[in-house]
Design a protein around this ligand. Sequence first.
Ligand SMILES: NC(=O)c1ccc[n+]([C@@H]2O[C@H](COP(=O)([O-])OP(=O)(O)OC[C@H]3O[C@@H](n4cnc5c(N)ncnc54)[C@H](OP(=O)(O)O)[C@@H]3O)[C@@H](O)[C@H]2O)c1
Length: 219
Amino acid sequence: MPLVLVTGASRGIGRELCRQLLERGCTVLAGVRDVAQAPPGTEPIELDVADGDSVAAAAEAVRTAHGTLDILVNNAGILSEDDEDLLELPEDLLLETLNTNALGPFRTIQAFAPLLRKGGRIVNVSSGGGQLSSPSDWSPAYCLSKTLLNGLTVQFAQALKPRGIAVNAVCPGWVRTDMGSPSAPRSVAEGAAGLTWLCLDAPPGMTGRFLRDGIEIPW
Ligand SMILES: NC(=O)c1ccc[n+]([C@@H]2O[C@H](COP(=O)([O-])OP(=O)(O)OC[C@H]3O[C@@H](n4cnc5c(N)ncnc54)[C@H](OP(=O)(O)O)[C@@H]3O)[C@@H](O)[C@H]2O)c1
């Protein structure tokens, strides 16, 4: 069964995704900043996606322990409560958000791509907020970070096509997590289901797409 690494596995959608993948028989590596927070049944991997040294050390740990990886899920993300008005957005808040939400997946894909086998999959957890086709006026740093993540998805899909590795972006919808708030309409199980589908059930050749609930949506 597939060996899957999920970043941001300590809580929210990432934690529920680990549960669903375990239920489907996967071996799950939980990328967490605090190994004590790894979900039950997973193998904890200390991983801070905002820190290049941490990402490199995590890749080396997986290479040593397993030598390979089938699926990488870039789920870790942040949304600052001060991320409000683009006209007054502090530059350091924008940089911090980009560093976690976009450069995190960038450096994680670079570090783990050598371990991914032919037929492997990369799932980037994006957001409708990153869609240029329907611009949002909330949390501009977050939305810009997801737009960049979508761009990275298309670029990495091209770069990894010759190796037979699929790279897709997914929006989980608005989900009741610490980030999504209790007002969100979707449960974590509903939010994670589209990610589980992309990991295990999506057509193998599908790459460079943006999906929600298994249905393609505009960039
Ligand atoms: N909830 C929604 O409505 C919604 C909608 C669209 C997209 N998304 C996306 O779905 C993903 C998961 O969101 P969520 O709602 O589950 O958020 P959440 O409940 O706030 O959980 C965020 C997760 O990311 C981890 N994380 C944050 N910064 C990290 C870093 N530098 N390195 C490693 N892990 C880090 C957190 O770990 P710690 O416990 O260590 O802080 C936590 O596990 C995010 O990419 C988010 O943008 C969510």
